[in-house]
Design a protein around this ligand. Structure first.
Ligand SMILES: [Zn+2]
Length: 305
């Protein structure tokens, strides 16, 4: 068992005591390599290929669930097949996309038709349409039917949960949303947090690596110390669920990156030399995984400082 799974499962065992939790604790496994883990208040998450999927399974009924992000058709299909087989999910109140990237929207077609509402930030919808058109794939992935600019919220049909989406400014893309299950106090951050790995940044889609740290600070201040956060991605040894201390650590990475690139640029270091000599960003040594994206982080910041 991977350490990431072990840590997550341990957290779950400590936090949950509902019948559904017991079902999963007894070794429930979706098809393929997928893994569903219940967190608390009927909110859980699913890891397989692509960005982490958030799931709300309403208590005592298979209607009125929520899916946050959809990975790819195959993994989304595996998740749905298993939840359906267990009688846990037959219809969705809300399908939400945290942003437009293909590893978060590729499986929209699996869930869109069973959802009463499909929601995302307005810019995320535009980004998704642009991306599909550019790749000659217009019409192949269902688009959100409901969009918002600053916030959107609804009470779920089981009467036990309220889901609210908020946009805190340009960061990973220009259309990032945080999806908060208010009663469970679990917030899905999409790709606003890459846990201990160099983040992907999409300036073409409105992303702003210089603004990202202040967005994370706003998020940290908007929820509370008990909030559990689901992350889109994590380094292999780290969990995809955490707390505000993980947000703080990521803020420190982003601020350290800005300070470092600014200083090196001022010193006359070229971007090529900076890429060649940088292994970790001074001040944020925990960010050392996903080296493929380190150069992207350096050049994106280089453009802005
Ligand atoms: Zn992304």
């Amino acid at each position: 068992m991977k350490r990431r799974n072990f840590l997550a499962t341990t957290t779950v065992a400590a936090l949950t005591a509902s019948p559904i939790a017991n079902l999963f604790a007894r070794g429930y496994r979706p098809a393929d390599d997928g893994k569903f883990t219940l967190l608390r208040g009927n909110v859980g998450y699913y890891t397989n290929r692509g960005g982490t999927i958030g799931v709300y399974l309403p208590g005592g009924m298979p209607e009125g669930g929520v899916i946050v992000d959809t990975q790819f058709p195959e993994s989304a299909g595996a998740l749905l097949a298993d939840l359906k087989a267990k009688g846990k999910l037959a219809q969705l109140a809300v399908l939400a996309n945290t942003h437009h990237h293909g590893d978060h929207t590729g499986g929209n077609g699996v869930f869109a038709e069973m959802a009463s509402t499909h929601v995302a930030h307005a810019r995320a919808k535009k980004n998704l349409m642009d991306n599909l058109a550019e790749n000659d794939k217009a019409g192949t992935v269902p688009l959100p039917s409901t969009v918002f600019e600053s916030g959107w919220s609804t009470n779920l049909p089981d009467g036990k949960e309220t889901i609210s989406l908020r946009h805190f400014g340009e960061a990973h893309t220009g259309g990032d949303a945080v999806v908060h299950f208010e009663n469970a106090n679990v917030a899905h951050l999409g790709d606003l947090l890459f846990n201990r790995r160099f983040p992907y940044i999409d300036p073409k889609a409105g992303g702003d690596i210089r603004n990202w740290a202040s967005v994370m600070k706003k998020i940290r201040k908007s929820y509370d110390k008990d909030t559990l956060y689901i992350f889109g991605h994590a380094a292999d040894e780290y969990p995809v669920v955490g707390t505000s201390s993980d947000i703080k650590a990521f803020e420190l990475y982003l601020k350290s990156l800005q300070k470092y690139v600014k200083k090196e640029k001022k010193k006359g270091t070229s971007l090529d030399d900076l890429k060649a000599k940088t292994i970790i960003i001074p001040g944020a040594p925990e960010w050392k995984f996903g080296e493929r994206l380190r150069d992207v982080n350096l050049s994106s910041m280089w453009e802005l400082v």
